[in-house]
Design a protein around this ligand. Structure first.
Ligand code: NAP
Length: 555
């Protein structure tokens, strides 16, 4: 039932409020409204659906997971009717897909666009969350679902003088809707992560001059993108369910791809070379699966990294530029590996210059450009491809407060804590989709989103069926989960790099590995076991849902 309380500020009560109309929020809305018959309102700060694909309109933006699998699987007709045109679709096509889904399931009638949620307060007595928007309006609901995205809080470094810059500046993750024309302009691009790697080659095609300001040289592998033929699409669609399922088993990322055949030390030099060549030709993130131990063994990893270093030397003609592009000695893949189209080749262009800001950081921005050391680089536009306050940023930007007046942000001061990555102890009825310590960011996120949305909505159905008003994570279960997640990460090379996975890209952010790395299949088994045992590790209306001894996290 939807009702309007006759109080000072009109408060509309829904069964659930969802924050964010990306792929998580859209599917959650469909599930709760159309399958559970709940009253739901979704708040979205943008003026359209699509989440990250709404904001990331920068030149060259495209996914790095094959589109046939970077798409919903929950509806047979939807997956059969949509025709992806490329192996890795570009942003406009992915956004069209999101809009198609919104139309098909009539989602927009329950979405308030252009509304930023700024605060959320839980009231124990009524067991409701009340959210406040940037317009000062308040609405309340029994459940609050944060579908605000792991990579949505754009990070613009606070360079002195940015406000004085006479040209235009952009962040890749907050790109304007209208086309940006760089023709004839001198463009400075800061950042060489996935967004920089994708945008630099495309911007260089039109700009008069591009200056790339690189702090840490990146590994990158060719995406090997191509147009999909009807035959290729049909072959997958004929067997869609089984092919998708093959990517979800065990330690999988959720994307079907050739499995590694052996550990690196089991292979001869010729076989090593052959495996790396094959994965380079295959393209994209599969490159990290040349060996079974690429992400766990330093030697296997170094072989993989050195292969890319040799490719850079081969592709980039100027030896000094090639040396500057050489990634330092962090494990390949420990920072998210970009998939590119002509990235290293772009540095052979006459209109592209690489400036290392590793030893000599950007000092300040002036009216005319960027100052590094003694030199002022004159620019008409600056592109910040400087990333995100990942995973926790969007949540921490909302002042989330429980009945005792405690803030989620304060609880997470030393790193985020969430049981199964879906709920944080002390914050009842607040579910997070692809939250911290879930697999999300290290997987095909569409697969993780579907699993989370389905698990959470089944849980909500259970709570409603059993007349349970509040659920919250048990602190002990949460502690055990966080420890388990951290132990898993420590068994890999991920913690060895200063990456956004570790929170290392944000000054002052605690260094905590933000994801569960044992794969989407294993994670799903854990979540399903918790559900099957009666939602162990949660507290229902103040009582433990079940004995915690029923859940064993260690392998
Ligand atoms: P990112 O990977 O965090 O890269 C940010 C870049 O900006 C890094 O090169 C970083 O240097 C540099 N940087 C940050 N602050 C700087 C400063 N003060 N001075 C100079 N350089 C600075 O961000 P992103 O490229 O936006 O990618 C984030 C994630 O989004 C990706 O890892 C991926 O998961 C996702 N994404 C995916 C795709 C796709 O292919 N589907 C495309 C774009 C993004 P350091 O390395 O030294 O920190």
């Amino acid at each position: 039932m939807t009702q309007t309380d006759d109080v000072e500020t009109a408060v509309t009560r829904y069964d659930a409020i969802i924050i964010g109309a990306g792929f998580s929020g859209m599917y959650m809305l469909h599930k709760l409204r159309d399958e559970l018959g709940m009253t739901v309102r979704l708040f979205e700060r943008g003026d359209g659906v699509g989440g990250t694909w709404y904001w990331n309109r920068y030149p060259g933006a495209r996914c790095d997971v094959p589109s046939m699998f970077y798409s919903y699987s929950f509806d047979d007709d939807l997956e059969q009717e949509w025709q992806w045109t490329e192996r890795y679709a570009a942003q406009p096509e992915i956004l069209r897909y999101a809009e198609h889904v919104a139309d098909r399931f009539d989602l927009t009638k329950n979405i308030e666009f252009g509304r930023l949620v700024t605060a959320a307060d839980f009231d124990d007595a009524s067991a409701t969350w009340t959210i406040t928007t940037d317009e000062g309006t308040k609405e309340s609901a029994r459940y609050l679902i944060a579908a605000s995205g792991p990579l949505s809080a754009a990070q613009v470094p606070r360079f002195e003088g940015l406000d004085d810059f006479a040209g235009d500046w952009y962040h890749t993750g907050d790109w304007p809707e209208e086309q940006v024309d760089f023709t004839g302009k001198r463009v400075g691009i800061i950042g060489t992560g996935s967004s920089g790697v994708q945008s630099i080659p495309v911007i260089a095609e039109t700009a008069e001059h591009v200056i790339v300001f690189q702090r840490t040289a990146t590994f990158s592998v060719p995406a090997q993108n191509y147009s999909l033929t009807a035959e290729e699409r049909d072959a997958i669609k004929k067997d869609y369910k089984a092919i998708r399922a093959s990517g979800r088993v065990g330690s999988g990322s959720g994307t079907p791809m050739p499995a590694p055949k052996a550990f690196a030390n089991e292979l001869s030099p010729a076989e090593l070379q052959h495996e790396l060549d094959a994965k380079w030709e295959w393209g994209g993130p599969a490159f990290l699966r040349a060996f079974k131990d690429t992400m766990t063994d330093r030697k296997a990893n170094r072989l993989t990294a050195d292969y890319v270093r040799a490719k850079i030397r081969e592709i980039v003609k100027d030896p000094d530029t090639a040396e500057l592009l050489m990634p330092p000695d962090y494990p390949i893949g420990a920072k998210r590996l970009p998939a590119d189209t002509g990235y290293f080749e772009t540095f052979n262009r006459d209109n592209v210059r690489l400036v290392s800001v590793r030893g000599t950081p950007i000092e300040r921005i002036t009216t005319n450009g960027i100052v590094v050391g003694d030199e002022e680089y004159k620019l008409d536009a600056i592109v910040f491809a400087t990333g995100y306050d990942a995973v926790t940023g969007a949540l921490n930007n909302i002042r989330i407060r429980n009945s005792a007046g405690e803030l989620l942000k304060d609880k997470w001061m030393n790193g985020p804590r969430a049981y199964l990555g879906v709920m944080s102890a002390g914050f009842p009825n607040l579910f997070m989709v692809v939250g911290p310590s879930s697999p999300s960011i290290t997987t095909n996120v569409l697969v993780s989103i579907e699993q989370h949305v389905e698990w959470i909505s089944e849980y909500i159905a259970f709570l409603r069926e059993h007349g349970i008003e509040t659920t919250e994570a048990d602190l002990t279960a949460e502690d055990e989960w966080v420890e388990h997640v951290s132990e898993l990460a420590d068994g890999t090379l991920f913690p060895e790099a200063d990456s956004w996975y570790m929170g290392a890209n944000i000054p002052g952010k605690p260094r905590v590995f933000l994801a569960y790395v044992a794969g989407v299949g294993t994670y799903k088994e854990r979540c399903d076991a918790v559900a099957a045992a009666g939602y162990t590790g949660f507290i229902h209306d103040g009582e433990p849902a079940h004995s915690l001894e029923d859940v064993v996290f260690s392998e």
